[in-house]
Structure formats: structure tokens, C-alpha cells
Design a protein around this ligand. Sequence first.
Ligand SMILES: C=C(O[C@H]1C=CC=C(C(=O)O)[C@@H]1O)C(=O)O
Length: 322
Amino acid sequence: MKITQHFVLFRAPNESHFKLWNLGEKEEETYFVFHSFDNKITHRLYKKDEASLSYDELSKVEFDLNLKPIDQSVKEQSHDEYIERCNYFIEALKNDELDKVIFSRIKYADFNEDFGEKLVHLAHKYPKAMVYLANFKGETWLGASPEKLVQIDNNELTTVALASTKAVSDNRDWTEKEYKEHQLVVDYVYSYLKDFNPSKGETKTISLGEIQHLKTKFSAQLKEEHDPERICNLLHPTPAVCGMPKEKAHQFILENEGYDRSFYTGYFGVISKDCTEVYVNLRCAQVFANKLAAYVGGGLLAESDAEKEWQETEWKSKALLS
Ligand SMILES: C=C(O[C@H]1C=CC=C(C(=O)O)[C@@H]1O)C(=O)O
């Protein structure tokens, strides 16, 4: 089997198969969405046909994606540039301009692996992540997202607050700063869903490959008539990828981060009337000929340390690159 262009290939958490959607032009009620961090781009990708592929079948697929050479507009930051800019963000937090903000960067890596094998490797390594490869409008993206933005099954909405990171090998307790960083996301989700009277689960530690996060689940009942994209846009961008206060942090990132996040920290997934399953686009990379541009970020508070944040983005880059 050969996969060429205009497709989305994805494995939802805990599934044993990948779904392959070949994309067409005809508008359908069910579609795959890719929405950018800056809210300027929403691609709605419609299915022409669908196939299910086992991991075994996928590892034998031949890919011919006609990948472009790396785009000079996708800029990698050096360690020193990162530290300087990160400190600028921390200053804004210290000056009380913001309570929390996410600072991110791009890291290039050589990539000559087989796509089928890479996806199967990610699927085994991250059973609870949404693993995908998508080729649309001349771009190719690869990812293994641990964070659901919105799931809606027959009007029942579930979502999570995910924030704070430490290495799996790190046995210490979560610090006050890490709980505070997580709590900001919890409070945010609660306040944005308050009209739906949400219930909140316990805060747990979850492991994803080499790293762990704090995670809290929420559920709520929606009205019969709801618009799934409107719910996604209500929550996007959460303080796990943007900051607090929301609008101010969004603007600050767009003006000061120094590069275009594009679909990183946007959202993606299936939108349909009966079952919507949308993820935050984290632990992802844009794919070029023989190269990946991996996107990695972390949450900053006034007490953050730029060097530690650099380290955190290094671990996070291993999510896709190792
Ligand atoms: C922005 C990212 O992670 C977010 C999600 C979980 C934990 C995070 C943190 O600890 O900073 C980030 O908020 C990323 O992985 O690029």
C-alpha cells in the first residue's frame, strides 16, 4: 500500500488501529479540523474515503509525501537567544503584566525514518496520546498529543486541565509552583465552562514517555443544540498553551515570541454531531524533506528560571525525536 498526499492518519488514545482518511473536497457534517494558535486559520478537512490500518499493516506502508525543503520562515532559536527572550517573558510576569505565560521554540532535527515505523513507535510509546500524521494544503504535521481540548459524546462534554512537567525519573513531590501553575489552568477551565455547571475530578499525575504532568478531568452536560467548534473556541487557547489573563497573554505571545507557532498549540481532531474528539496540538512537528521542526514550550510564572525552562523544552523535544 502506498500513501501519497491529502490525508490524515490518526490513532486515538487506547485504540489498536490507525484510521486513514483520504481527503476530498465535498463538504460533510463530519470533518477533521486544524486550527492555528493565532485563530487566523481553520482548515476543515473532509473525508473522501476511510480505511483502518493495524500497526503491522502501517509499518509496511510506503509513503510518498513530496516534502518541501525546510522553510526559512520556520526559525530555530539558539540556546542564548532562547534564554534572552525567556527572561524578557519572565520580566513581564514579575512586573505583574501577566500571571502565567507559555514560551516556546522550534528545534530542528534530522529525520530520515520511515513514517509508518515512526507512527507505530509513537503509538506504542504513548498509548494514551492522539498520534497522527497529516498532509493538507501542502503541509505535513506529525504529533503525539497528550492533551484533549474537548470530547463531546451525545451532549456530554469532557475536557482536562494539563500543566506542570517533571521527568519520570524525578521522585520528588510536585512543588508549590507546579501546583500553582496547574491550578491556574483548573480555574480557567472551570470559569469558562461555568454556564454548563461542570464537575471536576481529582488531580492526578500522568506519565507520558520520559515526562509526567498534573492532570484534572472535567465533565459537563451541554444543551441539545450546540456547536462543537464554538465550544473548542471557548476553551482555546487554554493557559496550558497561552497564559493568564487569556487575551493579554495571547497578544503578548504573538508580539514577542519571535516566530509563528502556526498549528502548534492550536487544536486538531474530529468534529461531528454525535462525537467530537479534539486535541491541543502539542508534542508535534512540521515535517520537511529529511528534517523535522519540533515545537516545544513550557509555562512560565514570575518565579521561573530560564535555564530550567530550556531543559524542560529539551526533554519535551525527546517526546517526538527519540
Ligand atoms: C506547551 C507545552 O506543554 C504544556 C502542556 C503540559 C505541560 C506544560 C508545562 O509544564 O509547561 C505546558 O503547559 C508543550 O509541550 O509544548
